[in-house]
Ligand binder design. Sequence first.
Ligand SMILES: [Fe+2]
Ligand SMILES: [Fe+2]
Length: 187
Amino acid sequence: MAIKEKIVKRIKKIAKERMEEINDPVHSWDHIKKVVKYSKELLKKYPQADQFVVLMSAYLHDIGEIEKKKHNVKGADISKEILQKLNLDKQTIIKVQHVIKEHSVEGKPKIIEGKIIRDADHLDWINTKRLKAVLSKLTEEEIEKEVKPYFLKLRDLLDLPESKVMFDELYKKHKKRYERLAPHLIK
Ligand SMILES: [Fe+2]
Ligand SMILES: [Fe+2]
């Protein structure tokens, strides 16, 4: 097995253990697997992106979720430690840190790898299981104020044209379930 493949496998194991420990339905291991899946699909459309950086970031992006606020910053710090222990080169570590730090709604990733991760992360909001988990935790007022504005612009938040294509396909596929669950959150 190639060395990079081995490292990704190690990181997958670390991330799985950690996400299961965090045990948050919104940032579950299931969510991470979906982000990996969407990232792989986007990698096919953007072959210029560094696959190694994308895969490591996909597994690690929500690892800072223990600290609810600024989980992106915390996640970038934890990832740095993990990657240093695995003896990765400085340049790669800096890239992964940037990608993780910029994956949030307000994030502005400067590199294609970051755009892929941020878009793949947003795409998983079409996942009704995840949406359901978030809705059950919030009051109606919070949903109206915090979730609705975000959901109405979900498609516009996506950076890459191919992510919008994926969004439309996913939305079409899950439309009925999505509408039944949250008709007030969609256009
Ligand atoms: Fe996140
Ligand atoms: Fe995420």
